[in-house]
Design a protein around this ligand. Structure first.
Ligand code: NAD
Length: 689
């Protein structure tokens, strides 16, 4: 047998073991010997039943996604499943770890499925912009019913072995030696005798479907898909399973899959999948890490509290430091309230809340940070205050403790240089709410020791964050590009656009919301305060703030909000203010289309990304995409700004930037050399990825 597929006979039951580390992906070199083994066993009188199982830590956790988009080498998965369905003796998939995607589809080709109670089973293809193309949409509803199948396939979220048993997806769950139990189960089935009905021929659950209810469920999902094609195609495929004969539904699934796999959205989503993996590869990754057991947080405000929760959720004890007992109690009360909300929503058991709260220790004394292995500063965004805090940390932290700042914009090199141990300092830029948002920008300062960077990158994974290493500059990758994206916002209004038009261009593009809605949500006073501190002005936004229009929290901002509602309503007062300011500046209003809005906001976003690459602030173009999709809501179906630049056409972006540079004279439009190179060569080049 091949080294990837092994066959043994245990008391008349053939056991086929797939062994393709790390996740037993169904690569060509597995499919071929698997097909051969099953063909031989089908006709082998010495085997009364067949168990399909896997070596290592998991059942087949998916197709080999490096093969997507390439010509498929035969036998493909569907042929193996079709072969399984011609076998008259009982076939049993024995599932441990995860059975995902093609792995679960393989298991659906068997007559029976048995699983570890803790196993996870799911069809996550939608997350790559695809649908399960190996018959999953047609077979799963035959076992669990159409409604449950639709939920699983459109969400892509796996279910546990226990839930799978309750739903009818698996026949038996076991604790303990799965393989021995699977062999016994298969032997019993063989002794009991057939006929054994393949999943394709089981129509009872489908016959129960309430088609009107199904269509309502699908329509609801379509509304939430926000421009993504895959969830809609998934729903269509499951509907076909209900309304068409098996083989026709299977053929239709194939067609839908072929369309998705060759489309831009799936390419974009697969790009992001690989981009996240790449981002985790940092120099020094294999260095000996420092031990991080207790985490200290300075400042228990919005960010400090959220960061503390992120660590407690990851099981770390946390010491939270504030300037006064009162501020500390306020911070701890907010944390408790946040956990209580999760409990009331049913997403966190009460016992887990108590266990997590038990991990917090509050203090107003810096001496209490002496036993922390990592200390994160999250105090006011003020260099003098930050340096003061770092000076105190320098005095009390134990040797080798990692000292991090959560600053949004400030110079991490300057903070590091102000203390005696700059090698231990770096930025950990979390996003708000820090216990929810996945992105973490890890800011590598000039003197940060490689093992400190490796330690924090590893730690980020342990608390479920997607980490991207960035260099020091004003605003790092995300906020610096955000400034470029917003630089023309007021100019667009003065020249004739309304906030609602700009926001609509953004939501039509696929963003969750546009910049003015975003401003109202975050609070316009924050930017106003920052501008004042930096001696900057914004003609319209400053006036709104002077009038007490801070956004949702005051019921009025760029929009009006009716008594407590979060629904923005266009406000004629704001539009009148814009026109008055334009008149004062002698700007005659004109019609501004969505195309121009995109050119003047998203082209500078890409251009700033190109400058960031050029300066080495980001190591790869794909790192920038990871930042924007995970931290700022860039639509996943477009793959992040740098990937989207390729879809949009770099030559076109350069040409339009030149046009706007020429007509406005503003530096944000001056095309970066790396962007020109993309236009000429089709690649971000050596600095990009
Ligand atoms: P905040 O005002 O909500 O909280 C700051 C807290 O720090 C306050 O509770 C204050 O009492 C405390 N503090 C001030 N000086 C202190 C000191 N010397 N010792 C101990 N505690 C002290 O502010 P925030 O929004 O949580 O921001 C904190 C930092 O995080 C800033 O650097 C900010 O730029 C950054 N940040 C904020 C966001 C955001 O969306 N709010 C996102 C990323 C990063």
């Amino acid at each position: 047998m091949s080294s990837f597929v092994d066959v043994a006979n245990e008391d008349g039951v053939a056991v086929v073991i797939i062994d393709n580390p790390p996740v037993n992906a169904l690569s060509f070199h597995v499919r071929k010997p698997l097909h051969e083994a099953l063909t031989a066993l089908r006709d082998d009188p010495a085997a009364k039943a067949i168990v399909v199982a896997c070596a290592g830590r998991t059942f087949v956790a998916g197709a080999d996604i490096t093969e997507f988009g390439k010509p498929v080498e035969q036998p493909e998965l569907r042929a193996i499943i079709a072969l399984l369905e011609t076998i008259a003796k009982p076939t049993v998939a024995a599932i441990h770890g995860t059975a995902l995607g093609g792995g679960l589809e393989l298991a659906l080709g068997c007559h029976f499925r048995v699983a570890d109670r803790g196993a996870k089973l799911g069809l996550p293809e939608v997350k790559l912009g695809l649908l399960p193309g190996g018959g999953g949409t047609v077979r799963l509803p035959r076992l669990v019913g159409a409604a449950k199948a639709l939920g699983m396939i459109v969400s892509g979220t796996p279910i546990s072995g226990g839930e799978a048993k309750a739903a009818g997806l698996v026949d038996e769950t076991f604790d303990g030696d799965l393989l021995a139990n699977a062999v016994r189960f298969a032997s019993e089935m063989a002794d009991r005798g057939g006929p054994f009905v393949p999943v394709r021929d089981r129509n009872e659950r489908l016959a129960e479907t309430d088609l009107a209810a199904f269509d309502a469920q699908a329509a609801d999902l379509a509304k939430k898909a926000r421009g993504l094609e895959a969830p809609l195609a998934c729903a269509d495929a499951v509907r076909n399973a209900i309304t068409l004969p098996f083989d026709e539904a299977l053929a239709a699934e194939r067609q839908l899959f072929a369309k998705l796999v060759s489309g831009d959205q799936s390419r974009a989503q697969r790009h992001l999948f690989f981009a996240e993996r790449e981002a985790a590869k940092v120099p020094g990754k294999d260095l000996q890490k420092r031990r991080i057991e207790r985490v200290g947080i300075v400042g228990a405000g919005t960010m400090g509290g959220g960061i503390a929760m992120a660590f407690a959720n990851g099981g770390f004890p946390v010491t939270l430091l504030e300037t006064s007992e009162e501020a500390l109690q306020r911070g701890l009360a907010m944390i408790e309230k946040n956990y209580a909300v999760s409990v009331s929503r049913g997403s966190l058991p009460e016992a887990a809340k108590q266990q997590r709260l038990g991990l917090f220790k509050g203090s107003a004394d810096y001496g209490d940070l002496a036993d922390c292995d990592l200390i994160i500063e999250a105090v006011f965004e003020d260099m003098a205050v930050k340096k003061e805090v770092f000076g105190r940390l320098d005095a009390v932290a134990k040797p080798g403790a990692v000292l991090a700042t959560n600053t949004s914009y400030l110079d991490v090199d300057a903070i590091a240089a102000s203390i005696s141990r700059p090698q231990d300092v770096l930025g950990m830029h979390f996003f708000s709410p820090a216990n929810v948002m996945k992105l973490l920008e890890i800011v590598r300062a000039g003197k940060t020791a490689p093992e400190v960077l490796a330690t924090v990158t590893d730690l980020a994974r342990r608390i479920g964050k997607v980490a991207v290493v960035v260099g020091v500059c004003h605003g790092f990758v995300g906020n610096r590009m955000l400034s470029a994206r917003g630089a023309e916002n007021e100019a667009l209004l003065l020249e004739g656009a309304t906030p609602a038009q700009v926001d609509k261009a953004f939501s039509d593009f696929g963003w969750p919301m546009g910049p003015f809605q975003m401003g109202d949500l975050a609070g316009l006073d924050i930017g106003w305060r920052n501008r004042k501190a930096r001696g900057q002005t914004a003609v319209i936004a400053d006036t709104l703030c002077e009038e007490g229009r801070f956004g949702q929290k005051t019921g009025r901002g760029w929009y009006r909000y009716e008594s407590g509602s979060r629904e923005p309503v266009a406000d004629p007062e704001v539009e009148a203010l814009i026109r008055a300011k334009a008149a004062e500046l002698g700007i005659a209003p004109r019609a501004i289309g969505a195309g121009e809005i995109i050119e003047r906001t998203l082209y500078p976003l890409v251009n700033e990304g190109a400058k960031i690459l050029e300066e080495g602030i980001a190591a790869r173009a794909s790192d920038i995409d990871v930042v924007w999709v995970n931290g700022y809501g860039f639509p996943v179906g477009k793959g992040g700004p740098m990937f989207w630049a390729g879809l949009e056409g770099a030559a076109r972006i350069v040409e339009r930037l030149e046009h706007w540079h020429h007509s406005t004279g503003r530096a944000i439009f001056e095309p970066a050399p790396v962007l020109r190179r993309l236009a000429e060569t089709g690649s971000w080049g050596a600095v990009g990825g």
